[in-house]
Design a binder for this molecule. Structure first.
Ligand code: F3S
Length: 754
């Protein structure tokens, strides 16, 4: 058993009391999201939180990490000095496997190329009580759904499609590595109380329509930004009418509308899925508290009273959708798609069709798609496009192989790829004659931004259900509508595809020989974490130094950044991602995308020691070598974008002492605080203009650093003049402790040592 039944039973034991207390406090019936959120507060509250405004501390039940983001998260966790993770956690090796030839060979190549990363992740998981899913075991969200997700639970995961677990009624939220470190180290996890969007589903799907079409339609309605800061809760009799894996598909792609997460209420379909994935015990425990795992009845009758926005979709009328190209919210019902292809001059020829991924590789998806492949064989049709199948997990792969479905795919020329992200995240060595040629592909994945799948700007990527992807692959043409059109078979006859047919769950149950799971050691104290000292991809972290107890004087101005400075400007992605487990190497990208306000150039700043202009990281290294600290000055909303913790760690590592800006993006500001950095804002924004290129800077007032009390910045200009101005900060008592200790993890380490 890989899941933690005692933890789940503990959550359920407390649930009725917590729900009742919340209902009383709010004085009204509750939605499901409210029940789960209030049941997971890190400390009880006597006052309600305001949706979209209040910042709330939560205590999630689980953490899941994928191999790319886990590296820095776990390196940081090591410095917290704990023997074990505070909550059940898992690592999943899925992002680093490139799809090139087929499953077996690609997996062997990945095992070789990423040997040191896998050895590190496996050993550190073993040591600290973390479940480790080896390369080939499957994609994080599918493995979580099959093993760990449970109704009414709360988890965070270091991947944006973590909300997939909402298909089993879990509040599951995608976060950055820094948040995972907090929760694994036993700190509360902060989130702005989400708004609530209710989606009422009536009727029942049939024929060619599948769960994917619900979210493709919702994406068209809400657009890629419409769900921002909100939990999308699906309800109504339509919601109970389809499979748990279909629900997971919808929750997975809630990420494409920016939703915090998406959620379905506990029902018989979830119980069936839990039972068939060896979790009858979880289903029984959930059954015992089932009224608390659904919204209160009043919510169904008057949803507008309880949700900030309500959308209604009648599943009886829902058509299959194809969304794209280049954005997942450009939604076309299949009846309008052919015309859109023609009018927009998108390449009609479909070159590659890809099914599977974490979004759509359930037994239901695969069996329905296989029924179409079988029809192609029976009706004398060829598969006109290249066709690939990415199983979401070894459990699914083994089962569909046993049931002959993989054989059906290979009979029509389908290529089975590794149980991994592969083409979904650009890990795809695509064979194409001319990379500049406009071309079309279609996937059953979730994202279709330019270059996402194959790195080519010329590729027009569309997303649809696996059934529609398979039908279009048979036709080899984007303008084919399988609901109405016929195809010419090898005998020259006109044939029509019948509606896909499949099984929600395997009739013979799931089976697997080796799921790819490695349980951690009972006692990890003797386990050695494997990191080579000569590695350029991994480096153990040394704790950051504590504050020296004095004001900071004689700091150099590293850069006065002008305009937008996102986490991507501060710590670029692309080729640098290779070094995400090596802080010193990745620090060579620090602020190279920021625009210097004094010369409008990127990565060109004045080195005050030599008077020469040079790259930002090299200049900072020169200051550090000379024993000098520095200040980074920035504009509005500094650090917006992803929650990438490297953007806060790199300046800290290279010796920057303070980031002084007009305003911060909140997550980045918090990340800076966690790393023990000073994050300050101009009390008067015009003071930004006072900063001159050759300034030396003092930060005064630190010996009496207190919440709500301004600090003072003193500029020493080159002409000998000085000027002072006040600066604000938002540090609370605890965050001031973090600053003094040199970082939040240093505080935890000190506590753990006691
Ligand atoms: Fe992987 Fe794509 Fe899912 S990158 S986690 S298969 S969204």
């Amino acid at each position: 058993m890989v899941f933690d039944i005692d933890m789940i039973k503990g959550v359920y034991a407390a649930l009725p009391g917590k729900v009742e207390a919340t209902r009383k406090m709010l004085g009204r019936p509750l939605t499901l999201a409210e029940k789960i959120l209030y049941a997971h507060l890190s400390a009880p509250t006597s006052t309600p939180f305001e949706r979209g405004k209040s910042y709330v501390d939560f205590a999630p039940d689980r953490v899941a990490m994928q191999d790319a983001t886990a590296q820095m998260a776990l390196l940081q966790f090591m410095t917290a000095g704990r023997d074990k993770v505070a909550v059940p956690s898992t690592v999943h090796c899925d992002h680093l496997i490139q799809a090139k030839v087929g499953a077996v060979q690609d997996l062997a190549t990945a095992n070789d190329t990423n040997k040191e990363v896998y050895a590190f992740l496996s050993s550190i998981s073993d040591k600290y009580g973390i479940g480790f899913w080896k390369p080939g075991a499957g994609i994080i969200h599918q493995v979580v759904l099959e093993n760990y997700a449970f109704p009414g639970g709360m988890m965070i995961g270091t991947d944006s499609h973590t909300p997939n677990a909402g298909g089993l009624g879990m509040v599951a939220i995608g976060v950055g590595g820094a948040d995972a470190v907090d929760v694994m180290a036993g700190l509360p996890w902060e989130l702005k109380m989400p708004k609530l969007i209710g989606v009422k589903l009536t009727g029942k799907m049939s024929g060619w329509t599948s769960a994917k079409d619900i979210i493709l339609k919702v994406a068209g309605i809400l657009t890629v930004k419409g769900g921002t800061g909100a939990i999308v809760e699906y309800f109504g009799e339509g919601a109970d009418s389809f499979s748990a894996t279909g629900k997971a598909t919808i929750c997975n792609m809630g990420a494409e509308i920016g939703a915090t997460c998406s959620l379905f209420a506990y029902d018989q379909k979830m119980a069936d899925y839990l039972k068939l994935t060896s979790r009858a015990e979880v289903a029984a425990a959930a059954d015992a508290v089932k009224e608390h795992l659904r919204p209160d009845a009043e919510v169904y009758t008057d949803p507008a009273k309880y949700y900030d926005q309500v959308i209604e979709i009648n599943l009886d009328e829902l058509e299959p959708y194809v969304n794209g190209p280049f954005t997942p919210d450009l939604a076309w019902p299949i009846s309008k798609f052919a015309q859109a292809v023609k009018e927009n001059n998108w390449p009609e020829k479909l070159e590659v069709a890809l099914i599977g991924s974490c979004t759509n590789s359930s037994y239901e998806d695969i069996s329905r798609s296989a029924s179409l492949a079988q029809q192609a064989i029976d009706k004398g049709l060829d598969m006109k496009s290249e066709y690939t199948i990415t199983p979401g997990s070894e459990l699914v792969r083994f089962t569909i192989e046993r049931d002959g479905l993989l054989n059906t795919f290979s009979q029509v020329g389908g290529v089975v790829l590794a149980n991994a992200c592969g083409p979904c995240i650009g890990q795809w060595a695509r064979h194409i004659d001319d990379p500049n040629r406009k071309n079309s592909i279609i996937t059953s994945f979730n994202r279709n931004f330019a270059k996402r799948n194959d790195g080519l700007a010329s590729t027009h990527a569309f997303v649809a259900s696996p059934e529609i992807v398979t039908a279009l692959a048979i036709a080899g043409d984007l303008t084919f509508n399988p609901l109405t059109d016929t195809l010419t078979n090898k005998k020259g006859e006109q044939v029509k595809l019948d509606e896909p047919k499949g099984f929600e769950l395997p009739v013979k149950g799931f089976a697997v020989e080796d799921a790819g799971y490695q349980a951690p050691a009972e006692d990890g104290s003797g386990v050695q974490v494997i990191v080579s000292t000569t590695s350029d991809r991994l480096q153990l972290l040394a704790p950051f130094a504590a504050w020296e107890g004095t004001d900071l004087k004689g700091l150099k101005l590293l850069i006065k950044a002008k305009g937008k400075c996102t986490t991507d400007h501060i710590s670029m992605a692309g080729p640098w991602l290779k070094y995400r487990g090596h802080l010193d190497n990745i620090s060579n990208n620090m602020l190279i995308g920021a625009v210097n306000a004094f010369n409008d150039k990127t990565d060109t700043v004045k080195n005050e020691l030599t008077g020469e202009y040079g790259a930002v990281p090299a200049t900072m290294r020169a200051y550090k070598a000379a024993g000098l600290g520095a200040v980074v000055v920035g504009d509005e909303n500094y650090g917006e974008g992803s929650s990438r913790e490297h953007a806060a760690m790199e300046p800290r590592h290279l010796g920057v002492r303070a980031i002084l800006v007009k305003s911060f993006a909140r997550i980045h500001e918090t990340n800076l605080k966690k790393q023990g950095m000073l994050g300050l804002t101009f009390a008067n924004k015009e003071d930004y203009d006072k900063i001159q290129e050759d300034d030396t800077i003092d930060i005064l007032g630190l010996t009496t650093f207190a919440p709500g009390k301004q600090l003072t910045v003193e500029l020493h200009h080159k002409d000998g003049s000085t000027e002072q101005f006040p600066v604000n900060h938002t540090y609370n008592e605890q965050q001031i402790e973090w600053f003094k200790a040199g970082g939040a993890l240093n505080v935890i380490r000190a506590q753990a040592a006691k």
